[in-house]
Design a protein around this ligand. Sequence first.
Ligand code: 7RM
Length: 650
Amino acid sequence: MSDQTITSVSREHRVFRPSAEFQRQANLGSYSAYKKLYAESVNAPEKFWTRQGKELLSWRKPFKQALRWKLPHAKWFVGGQLNVAENCLDRHLGTARENKAAIIFEGEPGDIRTLTYKQLHREVCRFANVLAKLEVSKGDRVAIYMPMVPEAAIAMLACARLGAIHTVIFGGFSSEAIKDRVNDCQAKVVITADGGWRRGKVVELKSNVDRAVAATPSVKSVVVLKRTGNPVTMTEGRDLWWHDLVAQVPAEHKARGFDSENPLFILYTSGSTGKPKGVLHTSAGYLLGTTITSKYVFDLKDTDVYFCTADIGWITGHSYVVYGPLANGATVLMYEGAPNQPGPDRFWEMIDRHGVTIFYTAPTAIRAFMRWGDDHVKKHSLRSLRLLGSVGEPINPEAWMWYHTLIGKKRCPIVDTWWQTETGAIMVSPLPGVTPTKPGSCTLPFFGVIPKVLDEAGKEVPRGSGGKLFLKSPWPSMLRTLWGDDERFKRQYWSELPGYYFAGDGARIDEDGYLWVVGRIDDVLNVSGHRIGTAEVESALVSHPSVAEAAVVGRPDELKGQALVVFVIVKTGIEATKELREELRSHVAKEIGSLARPDDVRFAAGLPKTRSGKIMRRILKEIAAGGEVKGDTTTLEDFSVVAALQAQEE
Ligand code: 7RM
C-alpha cells in the first residue's frame, strides 16, 4: 500500500432504491435520462449550460458565450445581463405563483407571518429604495447581521436588486468577527436588528454591532430592524430604524439589468489558519447553479413546503433558503430559533403544522435529535414529508438509518449533498427519483461536475482507496476569487494540482463509482503509516449504543507517528465510566481493526463547532497535545466548550 492514499475502513454495503411512486412524479425520474444529461454536461458543457441558462433564467440581455475560461478565472454567460432579484421575484408576478407563499416565517416565540411572492416583491422594492437613499449602488458592500427573519432575505434581495454586494455575517458571531469582516470588505452600511430570539433569550445583535463599528470607518449607516423590542442605543446620524426608513419610500422600484459577472455576495469562511477568506460569488452562474440543483436535487414542485434549517449566515442559507428555492417559485419555511425550544420536538411539530414536504438539515442536528430520544419524534405524524436532505459533513450510517427510519418512515429518499461555500451549489448528490443511495455516501456528481480522487502524484487512486478530492473543469456557481486576495485564491484552490480545483477533502470512490467523503485532508489521521479519514473512525464510535457524538484527532506520538485521541459525548442517561472508556476502545478495534484502537478516550460535555455544526478538529488537536488554542476562533459557536475541555486537561 502506498503511503499517499487513505486507507478505507468503512464496511457499509446497504443500498436503498427510490420507490416507483417517487420516481413517477420526480422532475427527473430515470437513470438513463440522468446518464444522458450528465454525459452531455461534461462532453459538451457549453451547449448544456447555454440551454440551461436560457431555460432557467430570465435575461435582460441575452449572453453571447456560456463560458470564457482562463484558468483559474472563469467568466460565465459572457455578454449577458440580468437582475438576480427579478429572477427570484418579479418573474413569478403575473403568474399563478404571485399569490402563493414565498416565505412562511415562524419566530421562536411562535409568531407566524406569510409573505406571498407579491408581498415579498413589494418589501424588497421598498428596501432597495431605502438602500438607494443611503447611497448604496452597484458594487458597494453591505453587511447583514440579522436573526433568521424575512427581513434578512429581504435585505439580501434588495442588495441584489441594486447590484450591490452583500456579506452576511452569522448572527452568532462576536463583534470582533463583525469588525474584521466589515473592514476587510469596506462595507458602507450594516443592517442589523434589536435582537433575535434563541432559546427563549434575546441575542443582542445591536450591541455587538455598536462595539464593532466603533472601529470600522467605512460604515456610514446602521439600519436596525425592530424584532424583539429589546432596548438598544441609537447613535444619532448613523443609526436608523428599518420601519422609519421603509415608511418614507414607495413600494415600486425599477430594477436594472447587471452584467452576468457582477459580484452578488462575499461570504467569509474560516481557513484552517490565518484570517477568514472572503469567498466571492457573482450573479448569473451562481443563480443558475442554485436554481438547477434546487429543481433536480430537491425535486421542487409548486405544491411543496420546503424547510431548510440552515441559517442565512451559512452558504446553505444563501443557496437553499433564499436564491435557489425562490428562483424556482417555491414556498420556503423559515424558522428563527433553536430546534429544542420550547421542547426537543419543535421541528417535528412544525413539520406537521405547516405540512412540510421537503426537509433539509445537517448530520450534527440529526445526531442531536437521536440523543434527545425517539419519543419526541413519535409524538408527531410527519406524514407530509416526501424528501429528506443532509449537508455539512459526512453523515454517519447510524444517523442516516435513523433519519431514514424515524423521520422518513422508510419512504422518503435521502439526498446527502456534498458541496462547499466555494462551490456555491450542490456538486455531488443523489437525484431523489434516480439514484440508489448508500448510507454515508453522497453518491454521484451533479451535471457538469467531474470529481477526481487523486494521490500525491496526481494519479487516480484505485477504486476503493482514498485520496484527495479534486474537481476537474469549471462550473457556473464556482467562486470567482477571494475578496482582495487573488493570490490566496490561486494558492488555496488551484495550486495543489495544476488545472484542478482542490476541495481540501479526503474521499474515495467505490466500485460503483460512488463518492464517500472521509473528512478534511488537514484532519486525516496517520497511524503507523496508515492514513485514515476522521469520518470513518467517528462513525464507528457513534455506532456504539452509548455514544451520541464523537470527534477524533491525532496527537504526536514518537512510536506510532500519531496516537488517536477521541472526544466522546455520551447519550442522555449514560454514565461516563472507566469501563465504558475501555469498551469504546475495543468497540472501535472490533469495528475497523486494531490499528484504529483509540489511545485515549476523553468524555466531554460539548465539542468545539462552527455555527454550521462542523467540528473544529484543529482546536481539539491543540487541546489533545496539551497546548494553547491558537489561530482564528471567531467562527467558533461557543467558546465556553473550549474552556471546559481545557479545564478538564489541568
Ligand atoms: C455546504 C457546506 C464545506 C465542507 C466540505 C466538506 C463538508 C459538506 C458534506 C460534507 C461530506 C457532505 N459548505 N461537507 N457537505 N462532507 N458529505 N454531504 O457545508 O463551506 O460550510 O463546508 O463541509 O468537508 O468541504 S461549507
